[in-house]
Design a protein around this ligand. Structure first.
Ligand SMILES: Nc1ncnc2c1ncn2[C@@H]1O[C@H](COP(=O)(O)OP(=O)(O)OP(=O)(O)O)[C@@H](O)[C@H]1O
Ligand SMILES: [Mg+2]
Length: 247
C-alpha cells in the first residue's frame, strides 16, 4: 500500500484540488484508492459529494471504539473511496498531541487498509502540527503544490528546513507548480529556470484555469466533466509522473 500526501503550509494553493483529481486518476487506472480528507474544512469531501458519518467522532476513532473502516464511504467512481471530514475533525490534532503512546497514530489507523487499498491519498490542512508531523512520517512522498511566486518559494524553504531539523528525507518532498499563468513573466521565468531548491520537483505544471472552480459546481473531479481541457490534461500528466514515483 503506497501512501502519498498533498501538503503545503500555505492555504489555497491547490492541495485539495490536486488530491481529488489525482485520486480520481489513480482510481480510473484501476488502483483501489482511498482518499482521507484530514482537513476539518471538508473541502475534498464536499468536492466528491460525500459527508462524514455522524458517529465519526475522532475521539472514538483514536480510542479504537469506532473502527476507522466504518468512516469510509464509496464515491460515485469505481475504485475510489473517501474518509470524509467534518468540523468535528478539528479536535483530531489536539487529540493526537495528547496521546502518550509514541507510535504514529495516523500510520496505525491506516494499517488495516493495506488489504483493501493499493493507494492512500491524504489531503492535509495548511499547518505544522502533530498531525502534519505524523503525515510527514507516514507518507512515502509528499507532493507540494506551489504557486510560482517568491513568497511560495519561501514557504517551500521553511518546509524543507523543518524536514531537515526533524531528519526527514527531503527527497520525499516533491513540489510542483500550480495556477501557472504564462502571461506573467515571473511564472514563465520560474518554470523555465526553476530555483535549485526545487531540484526534486515534478516536471508537470498545472495551469491557472477557470474551469477548476467548476469542480465546485459539479462536485466532481475535472476529468469527469472537462476531460478535454488543458488543465484536465495537465492533471493526467501529473498523475503519470506521480505513478512513476511508486514503481
Ligand atoms: N489550477 C487552478 N486554476 C484555477 N483555480 C484553481 C486551481 N487550483 C485550485 N484552484 C482554486 O483555488 C482555490 C483553492 O484551491 P484548493 O482548495 O485546492 O487549495 P488548498 O491548498 O487545498 O486550500 P486550503 O489550504 O484552504 O485547504 C479553490 O477555489 C480552487 O478551485
Ligand atoms: Mg484544502
Amino acid at each position: 500500500m503506497n501512501k502519498l500526501a498533498f501538503f503545503n503550509l500555505k492555504g489555497g494553493v491547490g492541495k485539495t484540488t490536486s488530491a481529488v483529481n489525482i485520486a480520481w486518476h489513480a482510481a480510473q487506472d484501476g488502483i483501489p484508492t482511498l482518499l482521507w480528507d484530514l482537513d476539518p474544512q471538508g473541502a475534498a469531501s464536499w468536492l466528491l459529494h460525500r459527508k462524514a458519518k455522524s458517529k465519526s467522532e475522532p475521539k472514538k476513532v483514536l480510542a479504537g471504539k469506532t473502527a476507522i473502516g466504518e468512516l469510509v464511504k464509496a464515491t460515485d467512481y469505481p475504485n475510489l473511496d473517501i474518509i470524509p471530514a467534518d468540523f468535528s475533525f478539528r479536535e483530531f490534532d489536539v487529540l493526537l498531541s495528547d496521546i502518550t503512546d509514541k507510535q504514529n497514530a495516523v500510520d496505525k489507523l491506516l494499517a488495516p487498509f493495506s488489504e483493501r487499498y493499493a493507494l492512500i491519498i491524504l489531503d492535509c490542512p495548511p499547518s505544522f502540527s502533530t498531525l502534519s508531523e505524523q503525515i510527514f512520517d507516514t507518507a512515502d512522498v509528499l507532493y507540494m503544490p506551489l504557486i510560482p511566486t517568491h513568497l511560495s518559494l519561501r514557504t517551500f524553504e521553511q518546509t524543507r528546513d523543518f524536514f531537515k531539523q526533524h531528519k526527514l528525507k527531503p527527497k520525499r518532498l516533491r513540489p510542483f507548480f500550480n495556477m501557472v499563468d504564462r502571461r506573467r513573466s515571473l511564472h514563465r521565468v520560474m518554470i523555465s529556470h526553476p530555483p535549485k531548491m526545487l531540484k526534486n520537483g515534478l516536471q508537470s505544471t498545472i495551469p491557472y484555469a477557470a474551469v477548476v472552480e467548476r469542480m465546485g459546481d459539479f462536485q466532481a473531479p475535472l476529468g469527469s466533466f472537462a476531460e478535454n481541457t488543458p488543465v484536465a490534461q495537465a492533471y493526467a500528466n501529473l498523475w503519470q509522473e506521480i505513478k512513476a514515483d511508486f514503481p
